[in-house]
Design a protein around this ligand. Structure first.
Ligand code: FEO
Length: 178
């Protein structure tokens, strides 16, 4: 049975995924404003990926016969002291989201909702990847330090990122660059 409590917990998490998308989009425009277009590109794709997470969660609510509800999205900050500060926040944020997903798993356990537990395993695995990839880029930017040439090399490198949107979620079908 799909309980009201499970439905609401998923709606709240979908809102947090949407906030993640909003945060990374904000970082993307911050990087564009300081002319680091590779970093901007990486963040733009990350924002798209978070939008997929949002819809994946809301689709599941609808598939279970629940009600997907849009909640107000908090405004993210729009400026950072340095590229490293922004990438540090990505890593911190992903670790925070991992905790939220694990709390959601606890709700599914309390509600004896085996189907939701099964569904949430996708997000549990995804968070392992999200933490690893955000830690990798943070380390890459940290290694560049404040050396402008090294930062520009990291910017070019991250600008190579590609992401194929899963079938049914082709929001930006050709989102390799602007
Ligand atoms: Fe949807 Fe990056 O967690």
């Amino acid at each position: 049975m799909f309980s009201e409590k499970m439905n609401e917990a998923l709606n709240v998490q979908a809102n947090r995924e949407l906030y993640s998308s909003y945060l990374y989009l904000s970082m993307s425009y911050y990087f564009e404003s300081i002319n680091m277009l590779g970093f901007a590109h990486w963040m733009r794709l990350q924002a798209g990926e978070e939008l997929v997470h949002t819809m994946k969660m809301l689709d599941y609510v609808a598939d279970r016969g629940g009600r997907a509800r849009m909640l107000a999205v908090e405004a993210p900050k729009f400026s950072w002291a340095s590229p490293l500060q922004a990438f540090q926040q990505v890593w911190d944020h992903e670790r925070f989201v991992t905790g939220l997903i694990h709390s959601l798993v606890r709700v599914a356990e309390e509600e004896l909702d085996e189907a939701a537990l099964d569904f949430l395993q996708w997000f549990v695995k995804e968070q392992v990847e999200e933490e690893e990839s955000s830690d990798n880029v943070r380390n890459r930017v940290m290694a560049a330090g404040i050396d402008r040439a090294a930062l520009e090399a990291a910017d070019r490198e991250l600008g190579q990122r590609s992401f194929k949107f899963p079938r049914g979620f082709e929001i930006f079908p050709n989102a390799t660059s602007r």
